[in-house]
Design a protein around this ligand. Structure first.
Ligand code: SF4
Ligand code: SF4
Length: 439
């Protein structure tokens, strides 16, 4: 049994050995510059928390199977035979000790892609049965939903009708609607689970008269966290098929970093010619509405001091950076940056699926300490983040470290600045209202 798990893991490693992965496995000057870039090392400066040291654990296994000298003299090169114990250790490294944030890569003089190595390790761990069970369950549930939508579609449409009543009272527009499966709409908006990711975006779309429809699927892609390309592709395919069937011009992803990254940067390679629409984040779309003067905002509606946390997937990896600033400058009167920011922003410590795994709480709080310190130093009353994962982690960090900051979504800030007739008075009230609460 043990042997077959090891064989499975090695088989997956060998299958993934393309040029970028081999380059990441072969190249490292061992200079250690990446250490300070990693939030795990910043939180706990131990040798094993250096990104290159983590990568070395996979390199040892790779050398054993792929390097002639290592096969003859493993002690010389540090090559390691993969065992069940080693596999368990590697799975822990891949899933718990790296949030795939890419801060080490952009600070490495050689651009070594350590997160790519950690993703390869996740794939090996998943295939050999070492992935967190909850991530597998969430990925499989999403795939199942795509196979037979009839099971939940009626219930989904009923909940949307209830939400429409909320939308009408929020916007003061008795004709405001949340269209579902609308043929020929320009935008297919893909939300997360919960009204809080649907209603504020719907208020924006309906107020400016956008042609849009709501996806019947959720944007989250847990296949990505598993390092399992085939499950990630299957989850994305549900949305790609829906977009093709409806004939939309573009897919707009809710405030979710990894979902945006998967659909914007990975899916076009997965689907080739079947992928003939644009993909944007709701952040980019709202920034464009503001720039084109289609959306009028009153920044005095958000007088609190507010800062912005760059999600790694949306910012450093996704390239959506200045759009968030444009929105906050237009929607709030006291926006200022925490440092470092933009491409150099620290990960919140809860990315790559960690917030979905309850057992990782202590680890997340430790890994998120550099972010918590940053927020504290900055002294803002509010932190805005355009990623659900980051917001959950920032909320936990605020409680754990006594930061006393409110954590809000960018779209929540925008909706408040729209001065809609049914909008809650304060952002705190909005965060606890039905507009924000998960259903
Ligand atoms: S990964 Fe890059 S920064 Fe880190 S030790 Fe290797 S070469 Fe140096
Ligand atoms: S990707 Fe981020 S978490 Fe992973 S080793 Fe690099 S800096 Fe650390």
């Amino acid at each position: 049994m043990e042997k077959s798990k090891i064989e499975t893991a090695l088989n997956i490693l060998n299958k993934q050995l393309n040029q970028p992965l081999v380059a990441a496995l072969e190249v490292c000057a061992r200079c250690g510059i990446c250490a300070e870039a990693c939030h795990y090392y910043q939180a706990e400066p131990t040798p094993e928390n250096v990104p290159a040291a983590r990568a070395e654990e996979l390199r040892k296994v790779y050398r054993q199977g792929n390097d002639f000298l290592s096969r003859l003299f493993p002690a010389w090169t540090g090559a390691t035979q993969l065992t069940e114990t080693k596999l368990t250790e590697l799975a822990d490294l891949a899933f718990n000790k790296c949030t795939l944030c890419y801060r080490c890569t952009i600070n490495c003089p050689l651009g070594v892609d350590t997160p790519l190595l950690m993703t390869a390790l996740r794939a090996m761990s998943t295939a050999s049965g070492h992935a967190p069970e909850i991530l597998e369950m969430l990925a499989d549930a999403a795939i199942e939903k795509g196979r037979d939508t009839s099971i939940y579609l009626d219930f989904f449409k009923e909940s949307i009708q209830d939400m429409e009543a909320e939308l009408r009272s929020l916007t003061g527009n008795p004709n405001a609607s949340i269209p579902v499966q609308k043929q020929g709409a320009k935008i297919l908006y893909v939300a997360l689970a919960g009204a809080h990711t649907i209603l504020p975006a719907a208020a924006v779309f309906e107020t400016i008269g956008e042609s849009w429809t709501l996806s019947i699927f959720e944007a989250a892609n847990y296949g990505l966290f598993l390092g399992d390309a085939s499950r990630a592709k299957e989850i994305a395919k549900r949305i790609v098929d829906e977009a093709n069937e409806l004939g939309v011009e573009e897919i707009v992803i809710s405030e979710c970093g990894h979902a945006y990254y998967a659909m914007r940067w990975l899916a076009p390679n997965w689907f080739g010619d079947a992928f003939n629409f644009r993909v944007r984040s709701i952040v980019e779309v709202i920034a464009e509405y503001i720039q084109d003067a289609r959306l009028q905002l009153d920044p005095s509606a958000n007088p609190e001091t507010i800062t912005y946390h760059d999600s790694c997937n949306l910012g450093r990896k996704g390239g959506v950076i200045e759009e968030s600033r444009l929105i906050l400058q237009a929607a709030a009167s006291n926006f200022y940056e925490m440092t470092p920011n933009r491409e150099e922003a620290y990960c919140c410590g809860g990315g790559a699926g960690l917030v979905a795994v309850p057992e990782t709480y202590d680890l997340r709080m430790l890994a998120g300490k550099p972010k918590a310190d940053q927020v504290k130093r900055c002294g803002a009353q509010m932190v805005a983040a355009a990623c659900e994962n980051c917001r959950l982690q920032l909320g936990d960090l605020s409680g754990h470290y006594g930061l006393g900051v409110g954590v809000v979504s960018l779209v929540d800030v925008v909706v408040k600045a729209m001065r809609l007739p049914g909008a809650p008075e304060s952002i705190e009230e909005q965060m606890t209202s039905k507009v924000h609460l998960k259903v």
